[in-house]
Design a protein around this ligand. Structure first.
Ligand code: FAD
Ligand code: SF4
Length: 858
């Protein structure tokens, strides 16, 4: 197909949408007679701005460059580093900054946006940045390195703007080793995309990452240090925060100056006015992407920009496509917590109903907005767990097919829409690819993997949030076509998890980057990144707070503590086998009293202390570690505790020393990272006082030794552990448990507990017994070695953290004056202690974490 009229196309702006346009023109007109020149302002060739933040996790600028294939076409030219200064519409030419004049028959404006900053005093100080281009992030990185050296201490970082990009920027600052205060004018984070409940849930999660979130306030002035660099930020609530580096993320404005000066129509709120064909007020000039104003709105996302580029390509080739804005979703990325939304988030549609489920323990908030008859999906908000986002977003405006609350039920609810979606449902909104197009890529174009489908259709290549659903559709289409389905973990790793785990272990790989370089491709995704993080933890590849590992960890692992519903943390030291000396009990009591912590004996025979502020954790743990305590890893996917009864030592029914065995097992498996948390129980006789069969590994004494049971758990779907082996002596018992756990860690899916792993084990429990107990596959020595290595390399995570100033930097203070109670922490008295206040409570007005002695009003 050729262009319908003289074929010199000039594209101004070499950003993401310009790149998409060129790619599409080359693909749709492989033989056509046309010439296309792209003129870019930035020095770099078009790059993936969406993943700009990955610059801080080891990707240099060149790794972000978008596919170079379009530039290989002899009809295409790319000129960078020379912005267009003016357009002469009569002569149909543009002039660049260097004085170059280029003629065109069709001009496409793709100049994007610029990062707007408010007129706050001090925005011109050294150390103040925006967050839009490769140049911005390079300058930010260089500043932090230089200024840290000059000041000889970690920098205080601040971000103005608590939207998706502001949070990405704050996470980037933390990766660079600075603290991060996020200042947001609205009353919640991501106020455009999240409702009140979602915003509050996100605040709790983000605070858990160590960010200091200040909402309902704005930056009013930046103050300078003696050498002229930025040093402080004054806020409209009268407070001031230290700020050695400041990033403004306060929105973007369409870059329309050249168009405006050439006399093209400009929208009231800026942007080059375009109609449905994406033509401007001059029929030979088009505008696409963030610089275009359609029906008075400029987009801020890639998907609509790419849709506009598709329209222009189609029109250039004689087609009649028109642009129609589609509802978009937004997913937070690169921050370490999950948040996403789509559609009518605020239920503004007349009669709209909201169904929500908030789980403060799991720290999740999920809401669906549906029509007044509860049938049609109008929107969704997901914080803490966005697994439903990818499958439900394509159903926007369609019948849900089940009671909305069933989708939100934590367990056993309606399954999310799967691979049988109708053909016309858009699966990937960034590249506007429907379920039918994905299926056709398999059935008509011969694609046999998700990677091939992505290359063929461009689905999943921009923000990546649709990849889980895409994978399901591809697998089911391949299966229906009788093609063997690839068991690749994801498009970045061609092997299943178990195989990759073996390679990671064999090669001694210690970082995500090393794993990708050795056995994968690309930058990783939501499937493989956490999976690899779990493998690295299990193979003792370094402390979880080491720089590259830290970015992969869950919220609680970030601070080696479990966040509670009020944003404070619990402290749970290990109490091996439930045994504790009177001296250690006294230490726990003293620490709890001094730091004003509420105490409680847990179901796992430990003592948990509640209400610690993040910045108090190191001081609390210093006291505990000095007294001989170690981390109880109540926060990690690892051994929680070994529960035991008193057994033969004290109990008249006991037939074995269950307490000693419990201590032996706890010392052996403490710190062992695994696909999910696991628990162990040991009972001294068949009366089962330790409730061992409700554990992942249950040990019950017999007259002859020990019976071992596996795959039990409590929780939503309780399951009794099943008998794996009988009458084992002490050493053999330990060996069987070693092998069971090592085999589970090597071959289970990500976040799969032992119960489903045992239930789904190929060949069932009999085969598992053959492998673990009888060593029928000859894996025994390898599994023994895995556990021996773990035992030899165990170190206490809290002790290692206290010994390392770099790791301690995660535990930043949120308040300016540490001795001043945090006004957000309000407590109510309960049975001589306190708990976080609820609406209607008679509250104590002091935070227990600052008070030395609890003072509560009753
Ligand atoms: C950190 C970050 C994260 C993001 N994450 C997401 C996300 O998850 N999902 C999403 O959909 N979107 C995201 N975005 C937004 C997305 O990057 C933009 O929507 C997209 O890049 C817009 O493409 P564009 O081509 O219209 O503009 P741009 O990518 O901005 O490209 C415009 C280019 O034109 C150049 N230019 C301007 N004026 C001239 C001139 N006179 N002459 C020559 N060249 C000129 C500019 O220098 C620029 O290189 C993110 C943006 C950032 C900064
Ligand atoms: S399980 Fe048996 S040994 Fe243990 S406390 Fe109960 S009765 Fe005693």
């Amino acid at each position: 197909m050729s262009l319908t009229s003289p074929g010199r196309v000039l594209v101004v702006g070499a950003g993401m949408v310009a790149h998409h346009l060129v790619e599409q023109l080359v693909a749709r007109s492989p033989e056509g007679e046309w010439q296309l020149t792209v003129l870019g302002k930035e020095d770099a060739a078009p790059y993936d701005r969406v993943h700009l933040s990955e610059f801080f996790t080891g990707r240099d600028g060149s790794a972000l460059t978008l596919s170079g294939t379009p530039w290989l076409d002899p009809r295409v030219q790319l000129r960078t580093g020379d912005p267009v200064r003016s357009i002469d519409r009569d002569a149909r030419t543009v002039t660049t900054r260097s004085g170059r004049v280029e003629a065109y028959d069709h001009l496409v404006l793709a100049t994007g946006s610029w990062a707007w900053t408010p007129r706050t005093e001090g925005t011109d100080l050294p150390g103040v940045f925006t967050y839009r281009t490769l140049g911005d992030v390079e300058a930010l990185r260089d500043w932090v390195a230089r200024r840290t050296e000059e000041l000889g201490r970690p920098l205080a970082g601040a971000v103005v703007g608590g939207g998706v990009l502001g949070l990405e920027a704050a996470a980037a600052l933390q990766t660079l080793g600075t603290s991060a205060t996020v200042v947001e004018f609205a009353d919640r984070l991501m106020n455009v995309q999240l409702d009140d409940g979602g915003g509050e849930a996100l605040r709790v999660l983000v605070t858990g990452l160590g960010m200091d979130v200040r909402t309902s306030t704005g930056a009013t002035r930046l103050g300078a240090a003696d050498d002229g660099a930025v040093a402080t930020m004054d806020l409209s609530d009268g407070s001031s925060v230290p700020a050695d580096v400041v990033v403004f993320s306060t929105g973007v404005r369409p870059r329309d100056r050249v168009a405006r000066e050439s006399g093209l129509a400009i929208g009231e709120r800026g942007g080059v006015v375009v109609g449905p064909t994406c033509r401007t007020s001059d029929p030979s000039i088009w505008a696409v992407g963030e610089c275009a104003s359609f029906e008075g709105e400029c987009t801020g996302l890639v998907a609509p920009g790419n849709a506009m580029a598709d329209v222009v390509v189609d029109q250039l080739l004689g087609g009649s496509a028109t642009y129609r804005p589609a509802a978009d979703g937004t997913k937070l990325k690169g921050v370490g917590v999950d948040a996403a939304s789509f559609g009518d988030v605020f239920a503004l549609t007349p009669g709209a109903l909201e169904v929500m489920f908030a789980d403060p323990v799991a720290q999740t908030y999920r809401k669906l907005v549906v029509s007044d008859d509860a049938r049609t999906l109008l929107g969704g908000v997901f914080v803490g767990d966005t697994s439903l986002y990818s499958s439900l977003r394509p159903m926007l405006g369609r019948p849900l097919g089940a009671d909305p609350s069933a989708f939100l039920a934590p367990e056993g609810g309606a399954p999310a829409p799967g691979p049988d979606l109708p053909d016309d449902v858009v699966v990937c909104s960034c590249s506007n690819v429907s379920a039918g197009t994905v299926r056709a890529a398999v059935t008509e174009h011969g694609c046999t993997s998700v990677g091939e489908v992505k290359t063929c259709t461009r689905a999943g290549t921009v923000c990546g949030s649709c990849v889980p659903l895409l994978t399901k559709i591809v697998s089911s289409t391949l299966e229906s076509a009788g093609v063997t389905v690839s068991n690749a973990m994801c498009e970045h790793f061609a092997m299943p998890r178990a195989e990759l785990f073996a390679l990671v272990r064999r090669d001694g790989l210690r970082t995500f980057t090393q794993v990708v370089e050795a056995h994968g491709t690309g930058r990783g995704c939501a499937v493989c990144k956490p999976a690899v993080a779990s493998m690295l933890s299990s193979t003792n590849a370094g402390h979880v707070l080491e720089r590259e590992h830290a970015a992969l960890q869950d919220t609680n692992d970030h601070v080696l503590a479990n966040m509670q519903k009020d944003g404070t943390y619990s402290v749970v030291p290990r109490v091996r086998g439930g045994e504790i000396t009177p001296e250690k009990l006294v230490v726990l009591g003293r620490v709890a009293a001094e730091f004003g912590l509420a105490t409680r004996i847990t179901g796992a025979q430990r003592i948990a202390m509640f209400g610690a502020r993040i910045d108090q954790l190191p001081a609390i743990w210093r006291r505990l570690v000095d007294a001989g305590f170690e981390s109880g890893q109540a926060y990690g996917k690892s051994l929680r505790a070994v529960k035991s009864c008193v057994g033969q030592a004290w109990c008249r029914f006991g037939v074995q020393d269950s307490a000693s065995m419990a201590v032996r097992l706890e010392l052996r498996y403490r710190g062992l990272r695994s696909p999910h948390k696991f628990k162990v129980g040991v009972s001294g006789c068949a009366r089962e006082c330790a409730e061992a069969r409700g554990k992942d590994v249950g040990v019950i004494a017999t007259e002859k030794g020990w019976n071992v049971y596996v795959g039990g758990n409590g929780g939503f779907t309780p399951r009794h552990a099943e008998l794996l082996a009988e009458d084992l002596d002490d050493d053999r018992l330990v060996q069987v448990i070693d092998r069971f756990l090592a085999h589970y860690i090597q071959s289970a899916d990500r976040v799969q507990r032992t119960a489903p792993w045992v239930a789904e084990y190929p060949g069932g429990l009999a085969e598992l017994r053959r492998v673990v107990v009888d060593d029928a596959r000859g894996l025994g020595a390898e599994l023994d070695a895995v556990m021996a290595e773990h035992v030899a390399q165990y170190t206490d995570e809290w002790r290692a953290t206290l010994d390392d100033p770099e790791k301690l930097r995660q535990f930043v203070s949120f308040v300016n004056a540490p001795d001043t109670p945090d006004p957000d922490l309000v407590y109510a008295p309960v049975r001589g202690q306190v708990r976080p206040a609820r609406a209607g409570d008679d509250v104590a007005d002091r935070s227990p974490v600052v008070a030395r002695t609890l003072e509560v009003r009753s």
